[in-house]
Write a protein that binds this ligand. Structure first.
Ligand SMILES: Cc1ncc(COP(=O)(O)O)c(C=O)c1O
Length: 366
């Protein structure tokens, strides 16, 4: 493809600096290699098969997905897929079971209801589906929190027809404090995982896979005893939240939303054409409030203070910078996964040139 100048691009538009993304991918691939961990990136962050291919080319053992659409589209480039979402409801079960036979399929779940329905479908289809029992480790979203319940569901999985019990999975989404302040949470997590692996092993159900990992705690994964595989997603692009907690540097944020200044009529602010439709109304998770909805790249003192759907209000009160109507700015979003889901395509860039367009094919909730 011929490169194009960014000047011609209609805003708002999501840009990805390819060299920054490549460095992020290389850093994680190098980390897991050094610590003998498997990497199974969550592709919910990018939803683009070509980017999953980049992750696999760097040694990822497979990919993690949340939706049937993500699974279906990733099956074109990957033959080892983990569905890290409870397979409840016939649409989800049908979708999973229609993945090509060549795909080694693993599903995370936390109930006998979900397990039994999956087992019935797998046995009918004459297919073996792997199961990871999902454990809650403090986030309080999904996953069993009681050791006895975990062992019981693992035993049920190992006896179920059409099912192969492959181990356990957890998401440490509660560890979102600054990296320098994660010490205690990591120690508690390590003890919990060790105890649960011990209980499973005592019951004759030693897990072959212990799958964990999120971007905020990714580079501490080697300190969790028994962990075999990690599933970070955000790390490919990073975002303002990740930088604020010190899990990456501000220069490691590869995705920005390009926007145009459309009004400076009111003092102390500039209005851009990226509002909640382009940035998402995601709070900065590392601050209680007042953190805004994004910041201007290279000017962290200028935040998106408020938004309507098509308007983003830049707060200029802490800056001498005064953009003019028609100027373009890049916004570092608070939560990049959310932003990607809002955009039909990402523009891969090198400095001010567009080098490729990536349709975000796996967008949506199904
Ligand atoms: C189950 C699960 N695993 C892994 C991830 C990836 O986490 P992160 O985006 O922090 O890298 C997510 C993200 O939401 C998730 O829900």
């Amino acid at each position: 493809m011929q490169t194009e100048d960014l000047v011609a691009l209609t805003t708002p538009a999501a840009l990805v600096e390819v060299d920054t993304m490549t460095a992020n991918l290389d850093r994680m691939a190098d980390y897991v290699k050094r610590h003998d961990l498997a990497l199974r990136p969550h592709i919910k962050t990018h939803k683009i098969p070509a980017l999953a291919t980049e992750q696999l080319r760097r040694g990822a053992e497979g990919v993690t997905v949340a939706t049937v659409r993500e699974a279906t589209l990733m099956a074109d480039v990957c033959d080892d897929i983990l569905v890290a979402y409870p397979p409840v409801g016939s649409a989800r079960l049908d979708g999973i079971m229609t993945l090509p036979e060549s795909v080694r399929l693993t599903v995370a779940l936390d109930s006998a209801t979900a397990l039994d329905a999956l087992s019935t479908r797998a046995a009918t289809a004459g297919r073996i589906v792997g199961v990871l029992v999902e454990m809650d480790v403090g986030m309080g979203r999904v996953g069993l929190g009681d050791e006895g319940d975990i062992v019981e569901l693992a035993a049920r999985a190992s006896d179920a027809s059409g099912i192969e019990f492959r181990g356990v999975l957890f998401y440490p989404g509660h560890i979102r404090q600054r990296v320098s302040e994660q010490e205690q949470a990591l120690a508690e997590l390590g003890s919990l995982i060790e105890a649960r692996i011990g209980a499973l092993t005592d019951a004759g159900l030693a897990p072959e896979t212990v799958s964990g990992g999120s971007t905020p705690a990714a580079f501490a994964s080697h300190r969790i005893p028994g962990l075999t595989s990690i599933r970070p997603g955000t790390y490919i692009f990073n975002d303002r939240t990740t930088a604020q907690i010190g899990a990456c540097g501000s220069r490691d944020c590869a995705l920005t939303v390009l926007a145009t200044v459309v009004s400076t009529a009111i003092g102390g602010q500039a209005v851009i054409d990226a509002g909640s439709k382009a940035l998402g109304r995601e709070p900065l998770r590392s601050t209680a409030d007042g953190g805004g909805f994004g910041e201007v790249a290279g000017r962290p003192e200028v935040i998106v203070r408020a938004m309507s759907e098509e308007h983003g209000i830049l707060d200029l009160t802490r800056s001498d910078w005064r953009p003019a109507v028609g100027d373009r700015v890049r916004i570092v979003p608070n939560h990049v996964c959310y932003v990607v889901n809002l955009h039909p395509q990402l523009y891969a860039t090198r400095e001010d040139r567009i080098v490729e367009r990536w349709p975000v094919v796996a967008r949506g909730w199904t």
